[in-house]
Design a protein around this ligand. Structure first.
Ligand SMILES: C[S@@+](CC[C@H](N)C(=O)[O-])C[C@H]1O[C@@H](n2cnc3c(N)ncnc32)[C@H](O)[C@@H]1O
Length: 292
C-alpha cells in the first residue's frame, strides 16, 4: 500500500459491490452501503449512464464480470459461513483487512451479542471511520484495531483490543492476501493460530499461480495486475493449493474446504442470465483451528 493513502483497491471492491447491488437482478451479495462508502471518482462513474450501461453489458459481465464475481462471491461465502458459526455459538467476528466492508452498518445492530473487530491498515481505517461517522455513532459492539501486516503480528495488534483469546472467533480475511508477500500471509495465519481459541474459524481468499491460467482468465489477471500496480497496490501473493494446505495444517488448522473458482461459480452463480461468474484465479479457503 502507498504510505499515507487509504486503500484504493478497497474503494474499487466497494464500487463493484455497489454496481452489483444497484444493477444486478438477484444479487449474489447485497451491499446497500457500498455506494456511499466508495470514493468520489467511483461514485461519479456509477452515476454516469454510459459507464453504468457498459459495466452491466453482457460483454463486460463475461470479461470484467469475473472481478465482480470474485468480490461479491468472497463476501457471500464468508458471511454464509459466519452465520453457521454464530448458530454454533461463536460471538467474535474479526474482519481482517476489512477495507470498506459494510458488515458493521448492515449487521452490527442485528447481532448485538456479536463482538466485531475491524482490523486494517491505519490509513484505510481512518478514511473509513470518517465515512462511517455520517451514519452517527458506531454500534457499541464494534472495535477498530490498526495494523500493518508487513510490520506487526495480528496477535500483537489484537492484544491491544478487547479480543478474548479464550473464546472462539470467526476471522474473515478477504481480498488482501493477493497484495501481501506469501510469507506475510503465512505469518499472519500462524499468528491467528497462536492467539485464537480452539474451534475458531478462518475464511480467506487466495490467488493461484497465474502462469497456470489460460484465455480470458490469463488476460483478466494481467489487467488486474496492471490496474492494481497503477493503484500502488501490486499483486504479490500466489499459492499452490497443496503447499498452502500443508503449511496451515502444520499450524494446527484443518482445511474444511478449499473451493475453486469453478466451485464458487457452481454454488453461487449457477445459470445466471447476466453471465457473471467467479474467476478461476482465486480460491476460497475455510480453516478450523484444532488445538491439542
Ligand atoms: C482489496 S481491499 C479488500 C477489502 C475488503 N476485505 C473487501 O473484501 O472489500 C485490501 C485491504 O487490505 C488492506 N491491506 C493491504 N495491505 C495491508 C497491510 N500491509 N497491512 C494492513 N492492511 C493491508 C487494505 O487496507 C485494504 O483494506
Amino acid at each position: 500500500m502507498k504510505e499515507g493513502q487509504s486503500s484504493r483497491t478497497a474503494e474499487a471492491a466497494a464500487a463493484l459491490r455497489a454496481n452489483h447491488f444497484q444493477n444486478a437482478e438477484n444479487p449474489v451479495f447485497s451491499d446497500p452501503f457500498a455506494f456511499e462508502l466508495t470514493s468520489k471518482g467511483w461514485k461519479k462513474l456509477l452515476t454516469t449512464s454510459v459507464t453504468v450501461k457498459v459495466m452491466n453489458s453482457a460483454v463486460f459481465n463475461r470479461t470484467f464480470g469475473l472481478l465482480t464475481g470474485q468480490v461479491v462471491g468472497r463476501s457471500r461465502y464468508a458471511e454464509d459461513l459466519l452465520e453457521k458459526a454464530m448458530a454454533q455459538g461463536i460471538q467474535q467476528y474479526v474482519l481482517v483487512g476489512a477495507g470498506l466492508d459494510s458488515f458493521t452498518l448492515r449487521q452490527a445492530q442485528k447481532y448485538p451479542q456479536l463482538k466485531i473487530f475491524e482490523v486494517d491498515h491505519p490509513d484505510t481505517q481512518a478514511a473509513k471511520q470518517s465515512k462511517l461517522r455520517q451514519y452517527g455513532a458506531l454500534p457499541e459492539n464494534v472495535e477498530f484495531v490498526a495494523i500493518d501486516f508487513e510490520k506487526e503480528s495480528i496477535a500483537d495488534a489484537l492484544t491491544r483490543s478487547t479480543f478474548k483469546q479464550d473464546q472462539a472467533a470467526f476471522f474473515s480475511w478477504l481480498g488482501t492476501t493477493h497484495y501481501l508477500e506469501p510469507a506475510t500471509t503465512l505469518n499472519t495465519l500462524a499468528s491467528i493460530s497462536q492467539i485464537a481459541a480452539q474451534g475458531s474459524e478462518v475464511v480467506l481468499d487466495y490467488s493461484v499461480d497465474y502462469r497456470e491460467l489460460e484465455g480470458i482468465e490469463r488476460l483478466g489477471t494481467l489487467f488486474v495486475s496492471q490496474f492494481t500496480r497503477f493503484l500502488k497496490e501490486p499483486l504479490k501473493g500466489q499459492f499452490r493449493p497443496k503447499i498452502l494446505h500443508q503449511a496451515v495444517e502444520q499450524m494446527g488448522y484443518i482445511v474444511t474446504e478449499d473451493l475453486s473458482g469453478d466451485g464458487l461459480t457452481e454454488r453461487y452463480f449457477h445459470a445466471r442470465s447476466d453471465h457473471i461468474r467467479h474467476t478461476v484465479a482465486t480460491h476460497m479457503l475455510h480453516l478450523q483451528l484444532i488445538k491439542a
